[in-house]
Design a protein around this ligand. Structure first.
Ligand code: ADP
Length: 366
């Protein structure tokens, strides 16, 4: 029998609650005690009632809620060794040896560091006679599994991250709404969508809404793109369109790596085409609201698989992330996937866009 802890960390995403619920219920179903840790790593350091044993019906009525009901936080203390040692002691106090971290690549990097800290702390506690030989054997390793919650769909190795589908739905709803007023007034709308250095939301929103133009970080436009865009917008109007929609990813850049802002795109449309152009920055609306059915199911499947991975974990098992590949749940090595994800940012900064697209995978390749 194992004791499992589960937390959500970093930016929230719709569907995280489904994952928490699944970890709790699958854990209980498999005979484990499950503790929920509130407010991410902050709660892990604070301890006390931030870490509490959770029963089956404690997670009722949460699957349909957005965000994360157990709270998330960005915790600076966890980046310090002392903070992570306190976190380890709080886990050991409750015999929690198996931890499921739901968050982005930053949170998973933190989880790996916690795991490294754990082993030396257990050695130390034993040498100080604070734990017995048997306890040392039981606590030898902190078993970790990660689930990626991120509306940006920016994690390498999984086809989808939890929250991306809901955010995309939210964006598509917004574009559809904006299109009706744009149509009435024959306006052009420039919409900035989230995604940090990932263009998934912008690209998929543009495809779903038949946008006239899209700007994403992985594929910056050729020099002189402004003329091409103006031609495209003009042509649409000539064919009778009463509106134009342009989607700009928040991380959009040009070939030289300079940011392309929604305001700059507006300026082009206004000055060169004399179009009545408005900018809408969708902002946190994209993270909010109810999760889509897809994210509820994805969270549920990932949460169940995470518990199975923890149950299978031995002292030799590497930390894994639960990923969706070809509609199957798979376990991939956590730190390799984190490294690949971070490599995308580096590839974009180095203007190696082909490499960034290759790392991003399917949606961008075809
Ligand atoms: P995300 O998980 O969404 O990428 P962050 O990068 O903000 O979000 O990470 C969330 C939290 O994870 C941070 O506030 C911090 O507590 C922890 N964390 C992130 N990076 C590290 C790191 N290199 N070492 C230790 N902890 C980290």
């Amino acid at each position: 029998d194992i004791t499992i802890g589960v937390l959500t960390s970093g930016g929230d995403a719709q569907g995280m609650n489904a994952a928490v619920r699944a970890v709790v219920r699958m854990g209980i179903h498999c005979g484990s005690d499950v503790y929920v840790i509130q407010e991410g790593y902050q709660g892990l350091i604070e301890g006390g009632d931030k870490i509490h044993r959770t029963k089956w019906f404690d997670v009722s009525g949460i699957i349909e809620l957005g965000g994360t009901v157990i709270g998330s936080a960005r915790c600076m203390g966890f980046k310090e060794r002392e903070g992570r040692r306190t976190a380890c002691l709080n886990l050991i106090k409750r015999s929690i040896t198996h931890l499921c971290v739901i968050g982005g690549d930053g949170s998973l990097t933190g989880a790996n560091k916690l795991r490294e800290e754990w082993t030396s702390l257990v050695e130390e506690l034993h040498s100080l006679n604070k734990i017995t030989v048997e306890q040392k054997a039981t606590y030898k390793k902190l078993h970790i599994v990660g689930i990626v919650g991120s509306i940006d769909n920016d994690f390498c190795g999984t086809d989808m991250t939890i929250g991306a589908d809901s955010a995309l739905h939210r964006i598509v709803d917004c574009v559809d709404s904006i299109a009706t007023t744009a149509h009435s007034h024959q306006r052009t709308f420039v919409l900035e969508v989230m995604g940090r250095n990932c263009g998934y939301l912008a690209l998929c929103a543009a495809l779903s809404c038949c946008a006239d133009w899209v700007l994403i970080p992985e594929s910056p436009p050729e020099e002189g793109w402004e003329n091409q865009m103006c031609e495209r917008l003009n042509r649409a109007r000539e064919y009778g369109s009463r509106l134009n929609i342009i989607i700009v990813a928040e991380g959009a850049i040009d070939r030289n790596g300079n940011a392309i802002s929604a305001d700059y795109v507006k300026k082009i449309c206004t000055e060169r085409l004399n179009q009545d152009t408005r900018v809408t920055v969708l902002g946190h609306i994209q993270r909010g609201g109810r999760p889509s059915a897809f994210d509820r199911i994805l969270g549920t499947r990932m949460g169940c698989e995470a518990v199975l991975a923890l149950l299978d974990s031995t002292d030799e098992t590497e930390a894994a992330v639960i990923a969706l590949k070809g509609n199957q749940m798979v376990r991939i090595p956590m730190m390799e996937a984190v490294a690949e994800t971070q490599e995308v940012g580096k590839a974009i900064a180095a203007k190696n866009f082909a490499r960034a697209i290759e790392l991003r995978g399917r949606t961008f390749n075809r």
